[in-house]
Design a protein around this ligand. Structure first.
Ligand code: 0WK
Ligand code: BGC
Ligand code: BGC
Length: 924
């Protein structure tokens, strides 16, 4: 393999390799040398221009608006997280392309957090020229042979080996193990590979080799391996920078900024592929005739222009072209040119690095030039050192301008003024060139002063990093399986939802007939929805939701005006004595009356009491059992209207006329029914959940009469308390139920409503943490705290507008330190839990509207459902999922969901108004 070839340069017929056409030989030698050196000088302004233009090209490419000419490619790599040290296992790594004409195979053992670091075992194989330029299958077969040769020497079984493939060329990745080669660079030009999935080509070659069963788990670019190989403890490196035969960088970009990814959460590692940057506006002024010549002689004319000014494959060649030119102009080596000096590839990176090595000293420079067949004078050797310095300084400065563009992009992407970042560096230019890194650092500080950058040399050229990615890929794949396994019981099929609908219909029928059923189907004595003729002022109480409200409702021709005040019900009152609770309620009423100047007035009062009550009349409601965290004593089995009236009596000097007690579902139906007469169903999905609807009186066994309607409070929260939902209940539901103050009760509610969803998520997260899937398996005290994961977090976490970092912020407030993968998985848990809740709720509504349709023997029913409740109103997707499930399960019902604006207090007032109208009672 002649050096030219390995340099990716080709001997062009009839083109004298030098002197440089068009470059005059001026008379004064030092002037000529200065003139040449000057060409490699890049000004601060030019570097800044390159930085700006490259940044612009990066952002264009991220938006998918890249103009092919000057484009850097910005390729997503599907690496979404930096390693978190728990990676463990043995991995085979195959590196192809990073170091030019050689490939390397490594055996890397990752020991996780505790374990000490194991030095990887590796072997390098030189790739013959004809293989680098031959058919692609030949190259991959060569790689597979090197793999088995390497593994033959190792005491490893041949089963279940996991391999990470470091493939250092521009690729379109469509997954961690799927990557299509865009174009070869750096002296490779195998046929039949561009446009192909290189993982498949490697798998096929390993298959053909047939000696080892190796699972190619991940393919990564060498910059990614370098970034991921960053020693844990120095803080994750979020930029990987390689300057070896070629050059490139990768960094962690916010996924939502990457147009091609339909992902708006988390981060993704982007391989910039800045080697292809060639914005003439920015690069034109710094391109020298030597660069143009080198490009002309390269395998990929016009491509990788930026790389050809920086990559180790080209630095030696640039120096050679300059020296050859100066020699032919008689300025160097007495005008003598040696075959090596005239031969492309005659000067290597190693030569340049040594010549530049301050400790090398003139003697070494002489020795190197003599090895190249030259007989340098002392000034020659000095000039040669200047040329090497000029070429490499420019390379380092240009590389710095590119890195500064990446840092600016990170600032933009994270909306940070200042940036503290660790950059992992890899490649022989860094390892071998004495000043490359320091020049790069100085220039970056000039171009990106607000960035505090620490440069971390990658431990072994990225092999460890590739194993990390493979381990991360293997871990993510394993975690994904465990996550899917854990969430599978939450993913209800259409058949399961239809079964819930059918079971609910059955329970409704039994409940209406007074047979044993988990649905009590309680008559509410509301027989009619408002007809708009209601008038008057009414007091209303609204107890049982998140807030206790006292309302003054003025019903007039122009509509309904409401004045209300929220009062808190402390937990000690909600779980204290009944007398204390109702005295507290009356205190609030009195306070409200005083504030509204109603003291002494005895307005008709409607009481929204959102708990299961057997009603014997509109103003009689026997509390069956508390729900939703209420547990006041001496109330269950009592008529709560009486309890209220007794409390009023205890508080002398207060006149209140309690006319009606309604359930919040009924209040909500009435409130919405006032606007829309089709509204015959009331639905609450808040702290608790429940529904009511207008049933045909003939179907209500416990109430006399065959005509007309009766609003039935289904108390569907208790659906399944007979065990009929056990097939849907998960271990997490069981944990929530056991920890509740009413175990075994309200099972349907405990799968749907706001009081419980957060707890279901918390228990699921604890389980996933115990499996090591989340939070690195670190259980935190906070997450073990009951009710710490509020249901409102689900609504926040699932809202489309929330970037993952905000998800992270919510979780970090809970004292959880997490990765973006963790945050993504928490999101999936929230989605699974809320989706199931919405679908179960939808199955319930479908059962109700189908009941009404069949009641009326209609082909198609048009009906509206009045809805209230914090979960339904605030969760970003709950309402649409409920509606979608109803459309799916009750296709013959056209259902409109009306969000109640004024809550059920208005409804209670309207029920009171209807009662007053029917009773011809004066409504002041
Ligand atoms: C507001 C209604 C109230 C009902 C509540 C339910 O006015 O009667 O109990 O919605 O939603 P929550 O406040 O429990 O989320
Ligand atoms: C390739 C990149 C690679 C870089 C450093 C370039 O030629 O296009 O993918 O990261 O060399 O090896
Ligand atoms: C209660 C119902 C109420 C629902 C919504 C349930 O816990 O039993 O009466 O309608 O919560 O607030």
């Amino acid at each position: 393999m002649d050096f030219i070839g390995s340099l990716g340069l080709q001997q062009r017929e009839g083109v004298p390799s030098c002197p440089q056409e068009g470059l005059p030989c001026p008379s004064n030698s030092s002037e000529l040398v200065q003139e040449c050196l000057q060409q490699f000088k890049v000004t601060g302004a030019q570097l800044r221009q390159i930085q700006i233009s490259l940044l612009d090209s990066m952002e264009q490419a991220l938006k998918g608006q890249a103009s092919p000419a000057s484009a850097v490619r910005m390729l997503p790599t599907y690496v979404g997280s930096t390693p978190h040290g728990t990676e463990q296992g043995d991995f085979v790594v195959l590196e192809l392309g990073a170091t030019g004409a050689s490939l390397r195979v490594l055996w890397v053992t990752l020991m996780g957090i505790e374990g000490h670091k194991m030095e990887p075992r590796s072997q390098e194989f030189v790739i013959p020229q004809e293989v680098m330029l031959g058919p692609g299958q030949q190259l991959f077969d060569f790689a597979a042979r090197c793999l088995s040769e390497f593994l033959d020497a190792l005491p490893v079984g041949n089963q279940g080996l996991q391999l990470g493939f470091s493939f250092s060329f521009p690729c379109h990745q469509t997954g961690l193990d799927k990557s299509t080669l865009i174009s070869w660079t750096k002296g490779f030009r195998c046929s039949g590979v561009e446009g192909q999935d290189v993982v498949q080509l490697l798998r096929d070659a390993i298959q053909r080799q047939g000696t080892y069963s190796i699972d190619v788990v991940a393919v990564v670019n060498d910059t990614v391996g370098t970034m991921m190989g960053c020693e844990p403890g120095v803080g994750p490196c979020e930029v990987g920078l390689v300057v070896d035969t070629g050059t490139n960088a990768c960094y962690m970009e916010e996924a939502r900024h990457v147009a091609v990814l339909d992902e708006d959460r988390g981060r993704v590692c982007i391989s910039v592929e800045w080697g292809s940057f060639s914005d003439d506006g920015a690069l034109g002024p710094v391109l020298t005739i030597f660069d143009r010549t080198l490009d002309h002689e390269s395998l990929n004319l016009g491509a990788q222009r930026f790389e050809k000014m920086i990559g180790g494959l080209y630095l030696g060649e640039l120096v050679r072209l300059v020296l050859a030119h100066l020699a032919q102009c008689g300025v160097l080596f007495g005008g003598y040119t040696s075959p090596a000096l005239l031969r492309q590839g005659g000067i290597l990176l190693e030569h340049v690095a040594e010549i530049e090595d301050p400790s090398a000293g003139a003697a070494r420079v002489h020795a190197i030039l003599q090895d190249l067949g030259l007989n340098p004078s002392a000034s020659d050797a000095e000039f040669v050192q200047h040329v090497c310095a000029a070429v490499c300084t420019r390379a380092a400065q240009l590389c710095a301008a590119a890195l500064a563009a990446v840092l600016s992009r990170l600032q933009h992407s994270r909306e940070q003024q200042t940036l503290q970042i660790a950059v992992a560096t890899g490649g022989r230019v860094f390892e071998r060139h004495p000043r490359f890194l320091s020049i790069l650092q100085e220039t970056v500080m000039l171009l990106a002063p607000e960035c505090d950058v620490s440069f971390i040399p990658s431990v072994d050229g990225g092999g460890q990093g590739v194993a990390m990615v493979t381990a991360v890929a293997a871990r993510l794949a394993a975690h994904r399986c465990l996550l899917e396994e854990t969430l599978a019981p939450f993913r209800l099929t259409r058949e399961q939802l239809a079964a819930v609908q059918a079971q609910m219909r059955e329970a409704m029928a039994k409940g209406l007939q007074g047979e044993a059923s988990s649905l009590r189907m309680l008559p509410t004595y509301v027989r009619d929805t408002p007809d708009g003729s209601e008038r008057g002022d009414f007091l209303a109480l609204d107890l049982g939701g998140t807030n206790f409200r006292v309302l003054l409702v003025h019903v007039a021709t122009g509509g309904v005006q409401i004045t209300s005040q929220i009062y808190s019900i402390p937990e000690c009152v909600a779980q204290g004595s009944g007398q204390q609770l109702f005295d507290h309620i009356v205190d609030c009423i009195v306070d409200f009356q005083e504030k509204q100047g109603l003291s002494g007035q005895s307005l008709p009062l409607g009481f929204t009491f959102s708990f299961p009550c057997t009603q014997l009349g509109l103003d009689q409601g026997i509390l069956l059992n508390w729900t939703k965290g209420f547990n006041a004593s001496d109330c269950e089995g009592q008529d709560v209207v009486c309890l209220l009236r007794e409390a009023i009596r205890r508080r002398q000097a207060v006149e209140l006329n309690v006319v009606a007690i309604v359930n919040d579902t009924v209040g909500t139906m009435m409130s919405c029914g006032y606007e829309d007469p089709h509204c015959e169903v009331g639905l609450i999905v808040g702290t608790g959940t429940n529904a009511c609807y207008m049933e045909e009186l003939r179907n209500v066994a416990s109430v006399a009469g065959d005509s007309g309607h009766m609003c039935i409070n289904m108390e569907w929260g208790a659906f399944g308390d007979d065990g009929s939902l056990s097939m849907l209940s998960t271990r997490f539901d069981a944990s929530v139920d056991q920890a509740s103050i009413n175990p075994g009760k309200q099972r349907f509610e405990k799968m749907i409503s706001g009081m419980y969803l957060g707890e279901i998520v918390r228990h699921t997260l604890l389980h996933l943490t115990s499996l090591g899937v989340l939070f690195r398996g670190q259980q935190t005290q906070r997450l073990q705290t009951r009710d710490i994961f509020k249901t409102k977090f689900l609504s926040e976490i699932e809202s489309d507008s929330l970037a993952l970092r905000q998800v992270r912020a919510i979780l970090e407030d809970l004292g959880l330190s997490l990765t973006s993968d963790d945050a993504l998985m928490v999101l999936e848990v929230c989605q699974a839990v809320s989706q199931r809740a919405a679908q179960l709720c939808g199955a319930g509504v479908a059962a109700v509207v189908e009941k009404i349709r069949e009641n009326r023997g209609l082909e198609e029913l048009t009906v509206s459902v009045g809805v209230d409740g914090t979960l339904y109103k605030l969760h970003p997707h709950f309402s649409s999922l409920v509606a979608a499930t109803v459309r799916e399960l009750a296709p013959r019902c056209v259902v409109t969901f009306l969000q109640s604006e004024d809550g059920s207090g208005k409804g209670a007032a309207l029920v009171t108004a209807v009662a007053c109208r029917l009773a011809q009672m004066p409504c002041v």
